[in-house]
Ligand binder design. Structure first.
Ligand code: ATP
Ligand code: MG
Length: 334
């Protein structure tokens, strides 16, 4: 493989949403000609907080792969693969776990935030606490150069690089390569509730496969200025979710600026803004939805793409694991 390598992916906890698009899919689309991209559908990681719903996670592998195809990621240029089909990653995780302290894992700000959001304080699975280490294995197994991700993944990349440095130092072999994150133009798209980032698990997402009716209903529900009761009232733009989305999805930013000024002065209703955004999101999503419907006709073929890709990915992980075992001078098989 002569091209530089990208490793990136998603948890199959549900179909993908607009946050994925602006956070990482857009970068992947832009880079698919110049990099070899390994796209991990991280089912093992998804199980760390959904271990009681393995069927749901398995079923969503197809949903994520459909979204990849629907946005235009080409399976001939990218390797789609499923994490649990690469057992080498588990062995790497175990070796890397020795290089990380429990205190360090407990300080990870993204994990801390997720523990709070998912109410895991009282019943934190050990697997969830250590998922950044397994994610480090995913990245390092492929000798990746670049990882296109949303902002919430920055701490994971730091952790990965700490592990790479520790490994190389302790086992005196420069066998693992540090990686760089590539954050999307919008590192963190807010959810329709305006409270936290758009996420599959929080029920605040606009999906890439949503129908026009879904889009309309979700835009209708978006958090606006609670004090803007009458159209004539002056309004606040900060924290107004419709404006946050217009900032990202409206090609006419000059007009968005005028709308903001008007809203602040008073005399502009939320209805007009919501109508504008609904139209823009429909234009954005409609071609993706259309392609998704085409690919949905042959789910077997889509899963085949993932299975074939997993063989390619496994080969590469096997060769990294061999280097790791060699560096650690572990016993060789007979
Ligand atoms: P879950 O709720 O199950 O954690 P998620 O919606 O957070 O799902 P992930 O599969 O965890 O999605 O994230 C996949 C990739 O998409 C990561 O690189 C992540 O940073 C990025 N991403 C997810 N949500 C957003 C968002 N709202 N804005 C920008 N990037 C995002
Ligand atoms: Mg997430």
């Amino acid at each position: 493989m002569s091209k530089p390598i990208i490793l990136t992916g998603d948890r199959p906890t549900g179909p993908l949403h607009l946050g994925h698009y602006v956070g990482s899919l857009a970068n992947r689309l832009r880079l698919q000609n110049d990099y070899h991209q390994f796209l991990i559908i991280a089912d093992t990681q998804a199980l760390t907080d959904n271990y009681d719903q393995p069927d749901r996670i398995r079923e969503n592998i197809l949903q994520v792969a459909l979204d990849y195809l629907a946005v235009g990621l080409d399976p001939n240029q990218n390797t789609f693969f499923v994490q649990s089909l690469i057992p080498e990653l588990y062995e790497m995780t175990v070796h890397f776990l020795n290089l990380v302290t429990v205190a360090r894992l407990s300080r990870n700000p993204t994990v801390k935030e997720e523990i709070r959001q998912k109410n895991l304080e009282e019943s934190l699975p050990a697997g969830f606490l250590i998922y950044p280490v397994s994610q480090a294995a995913d990245i390092l197994a492929f000798n990746a150069d670049l990882v296109p991700v949303g902002e919430d993944q920055n701490p994971m990349i730091e952790q990965t690089n700490e592990i790479a440095r520790a490994f190389n130092r302790i086992y005196k072999t420069p066998c693992l390569k540090e990686v760089k994150p590539l954050i999307g133009t919008v590192g963190r798209l807010v959810g329709i509730d305006g409270r936290s980032k758009m996420s599959k698990s929080a029920g605040n997402a606009i999906l890439l496969g949503d129908s026009f009716a879904d889009i309309k209903a979700k835009v209708q529900k978006m958090y606006t200025d609670p004090n803007h009761l009458k159209v004539s009232d002056p309004g606040t733009v900060e924290g107004h979710v419709v404006f946050s989305f217009l900032d990202v999805f409206d090609p006419n930013q000059l007009e968005v600026q005028e709308l903001k000024d008007h809203y602040r002065r008073g005399g502009l209703g939320d209805g007009i803004l919501k109508q504008r955004l609904t139209g823009l999101l429909e234009d954005f999503i409609a071609p993706i939805r259309q392609r998704r419907l085409e690919f949905e006709k042959d789910p077997g073929e889509v899963l085949n793409i993932c299975r074939k890709g997993s063989e390619v990915a496994r080969n590469r992980a096997q060769s990294t694991l061999q280097n790791i075992r060699k560096a650690m001078a572990l016993i060789t098989p007979s």
